[in-house]
Design a protein around this ligand. Structure first.
Ligand code: ATP
Ligand code: MG
Length: 414
């Protein structure tokens, strides 16, 4: 029955996978909090406007990927495809403009109607940061350094490179757009239908096309860097110098553009060749025009988002589940007592499993399957003496321990 399968592009996250996800998110949150980024949780759905207006009506997300529906009250609602628009909306609707600069960290599920494949899902998870209210390139340095720090803390420093480009300010982009359109017009016949459509409306997007012929054509296009005005160039130089001072290695990629309309100046991606086609793990840029475009006060911003699934695939040696103790009653008379002992140990801070039924053999098997550190066996003889048998599951050694000192004795197995 198809309705009992998860929807294509969604999945259940279990066992080791969920531990890896949590490790990624908790590491990111801990590092971000050292940089003063406070966690924010915005709603998983917003009015469609919030995304349609900010992401631009020619972006892949808005044209093809949004999960949009009308709710019972007749409102147009979209499941969030990314985090920045929601944070910007919250900034405006919560009236936070008096508190600048602001630094946010977020995590959570995102939704995009995409063709599912390795590292590309319809419900996936992102961690991300946003820094609002700073026009100086030092903000860009901090945000990129924070991304690098998190990747480093996850043990990925050697597996990723930071690719970097400048998109310049509005004037530089206009100048570049004109040169780009001139060039692309000469190849118009060979461009994909999507790209031909974008030639007038948003030619920069074509640089980001995944169509193969488009990519060939784009490979010969003029470079953004040749169109940067003095101010944009100074901004970029300051960023590069800042990254060098901060010890963040980078590689300039003059072809790097970001898929969304609202970026200016800095664009960056941390990429890996360990994941095949879906090699971008963390991506971001500066979006000085976004908040005003949404109807808020002119407020510069910079941020990034990273895919938790992609990071989790790269992480090695993520923490294993803590090894529990098991309590094993022998015979029905011991069961109630076993539950009381189990609860006492749980309250004392131990992780304890108590099976609900089964003989000694079956329960020992489960203890092994749980990778238990020790078993507390409550049999008739020991119980009559007010004691339990404690077995070290690694060495196999067993000792009789009075219940009065059980917690103390088990301390060695924590
Ligand atoms: P791509 O070019 O791979 O489609 P994108 O530009 O759409 O990426 P962003 O919007 O920048 O991606 O999202 C930031 C990060 O979120 C990506 O670098 C990636 O790690 C992750 N991500 C984006 N879309 C997906 C998805 N459908 N499934 C899993 N992870 C994703
Ligand atoms: Mg995409």
């Amino acid at each position: 029955m198809s309705s009992l399968k998860p929807v294509r592009g969604t999945r259940d996250i279990l066992a080791d996978d969920i531990l890896r996800h949590r490790h990624v998110e908790e590491t990111a949150r801990a590092v971000a909090s050292r940089y003063g980024y406070a966690e924010i949780s915005t709603p998983i759905f917003e009015f469609t406007e919030v995304f349609a207006r900010t992401l631009g009506d020619t972006s892949d997300i808005v044209t093809k990927e949004m999960y949009t529906f009308e709710d019972k009250g007749g409102d147009r609602i979209t499941l969030r495809p990314e985090g920045t628009a929601g944070v910007a909306r919250a900034f405006i609707s919560e009236g936070l403009a008096q508190n600048l600069p602001l630094k946010f960290f977020y995590r959570g599920p995102m939704f995009r109607y995409e063709r599912p494949q390795k590292g590309r899902l319809r419900q996936f998870h992102q961690i991300g940061v946003e820094l609002l209210g700073v026009v100086r390139p030092l903000a860009d340095v901090e945000v990129i350094a924070l991304g690098a720090h998190i990747l480093d803390a996850l043990g990925l420093a050697g597996k990723v490179v930071c690719e970097l480009n400048s998109l310049g300010d509005g004037e530089s982009r206009d100048a570049y757009r004109a040169r780009l359109v001139d060039y692309l017009k000469d190849h118009k016949d060979r461009l994909s239908a999507d790209s031909r459509d974008r030639l007038e409306r948003n030619p920069l997007r074509i640089l980001d096309s995944k169509d193969e012929t488009d990519r060939e054509i784009v490979a010969g296009a003029p470079l953004m860097s040749d169109s940067l005005n003095d101010e944009s160039r100074r901004f970029f130089d300051a960023l590069l110098k800042g990254l060098e001072t901060a010890g963040v290695p980078y590689r300039i990629n003059p072809r790097l553009v970001r898929g969304l309309d609202y970026y200016c100046h800095t664009a960056f991606e941390f990429t890996t060749d360990a994941l095949g086609a879906q090699g971008t793990v963390l991506a971001g840029g500066r979006y000085d025009g976004l908040i005003r475009q949404m109807g808020g006060p002119q407020t510069p911003g910079i941020g990034w988002a990273a895919g938790v699934e992609r990071l989790a695939m790269l992480v090695e040696g993520a923490p294993k589940a803590a090894r529990p103790l098991v309590v094993i009653p022998i015979g029905e008379e011991a069961e109630e007592r076993a539950f009381a002992v189990t609860q006492g140990l749980r309250r004392a801070g131990f992780a304890v499993d108590l099976g609900f039924s089964g003989n000694l053999g079956k329960r020992m098997k489960r203890a092994n399957a749980l990778n238990a550190r020790a078993a507390v066996i409550l049999g008739g003889d020991e119980m009559a003496r007010g004691a339990a048998a404690v077995r070290d599951m690694d060495s196999g050694e067993q000792a009789e321990v009075p219940l009065t000192v059980l917690e103390e004795h088990l301390g060695r197995f924590r």
